[in-house]
Write a protein that binds this ligand. Structure first.
Ligand code: F6P
Length: 342
């Protein structure tokens, strides 16, 4: 049996741990051979492959990024995309494919499995933690740790100058990184995409924090929106899955705060720092287990499924179900954290 492996979408810490888990168990326990495809769906589209064996996965567990490369290539948008993928899988004599990705990559995997009969098993990844079928995606814990450390550091410089520091974190549709890092880092305001915010209320929290002789830290997810405004975009371009490039809400908010409160406000945009570097111990653990269970699903012939974390168990769910709904922050959970605002 020959198994293809690809990593698609935005990279995230733990991808290499999955690849290692898949290959180690596949070779050692089942005697499988592997082919890596480069840069997500671009690999099978263009027949771009890379050697993938035990030697290739040695030493990669603690390394961020992905040894296979990644891209946001959408084969459904390419001329004869599906036919080209099927032809390159046939040429490489691939019997099954392990696709590691977020909603976009796995959405393509679900279509390939359900409509075109390709034997695919999915592994969920995204630092945003917004896939509904799994309790956690790997990469999220690392991103939260990085953002929390940044907030810890920003407290001391904010207090030295008695100014507002606005921290913009990733989170396109869901505010999980903002919520977890904001709570762990003791932020005074946390703004998430799921709930539109009132700039006057934010300014009231900022002012009350100064009254207590502390400098406020405002954590804002890149997808957060003011009540009477819109998403703040980096530019007008769309990626091949139709997503806009976000970023800028932090800068916009800092200006509003300065104008309305008269207090100096600065912005830190954490950006891709949240996605880079070595995965946390939790992400290495989760990613490795996902890899081991994904190859087991291949061995069982349980295609069209995705591995997922439920409690402490790894389960399998239909790929189509896994990608049909986003996991967003429950308003009750957000309200719970509100006691620390201001
Ligand atoms: O999808 C995960 C994510 O981290 C989003 O939060 C963010 O908008 C996006 O990736 C940015 O990715 P890139 O700069 O690679 O397009």
């Amino acid at each position: 049996m020959r198994v293809g492996v690809l990593t698609g979408g935005g990279d995230c810490p733990g991808l290499n741990a999955v690849i290692r888990g898949v290959v180690r168990k596949g070779v050692q326990e089942y005697g499988y051979a592997f082919t890596g495809f480069r840069d997500g769906w671009r690999g099978p589209l263009e027949g771009d492959t890379v050697r993938l064996d035990i030697a290739a996965v040695r030493g990669i567990l603690p390394r961020g990024g992905t040894i296979l490369g990644s891209s946001r290539t959408n084969p459904l948008q390419q001329e004869n995309g599906i036919r080209r993928i099927k032809e390159s899988l046939a040429k490489e004599e691939i019997d099954a494919l392990v696709a590691i990705g977020g909603e976009d990559t796995l959405g393509v995997a679900a279509r390939l499995a359900d409509v075109y009969g390709v034997q695919v098993v999915g592994v969920p990844k995204t630092i945003d933690n917004d896939l509904s079928a799994t309790d956690y995606t790997f990469g999220f814990d690392t991103a939260v740790n990085i953002a929390t450390e940044a907030i810890d550091r920003l407290h001391t410089t904010a207090e030295s100058h008695m100014r507002v520091l606005v921290v913009e974190v990733m989170g396109r549709h869901a505010g999980w990184i903002a919520l977890h890092s904001g709570l762990a880092g003791g932020a005074n305001v946390i703004l998430i995409p799921e709930q539109r915010f009132d700039v006057d209320q934010v300014c009231a929290w900022v002012t009350s924090r100064f009254k207590a002789s502390y400098a406020p830290i405002v954590v804002v997810a890149e997808g957060a929106m003011p009540k009477d405004g819109d998403l703040v975009l980096k530019d007008e371009s769309l990626d091949s899955f139709g997503h806009v490039r976000l970023s800028g809400i932090g800068e916009w908010l800092a200006k509003q705060i300065e104008r309305r409160t008269g207090k100096e406000a600065r912005t830190t945009v954490l950006g891709h720092i949240q996605r880079g570097g070595t995965p946390s111990a939790f992400d290495r653990w989760l990613a490795t287990r996902f890899g081991l269970h994904a190859i087991e699903a291949v061995h069982d012939g349980d295609f069209g499924t995705m591995v997922a974390l439920r409690g402490t168990d790894i389960v399998r769910v239909p790929l189509s179900e896994a990608t049909s709904k986003l996991k967003t922050v429950d308003p009750r959970l957000y309200a719970e954290v509100g006691v620390f605002f201001g």
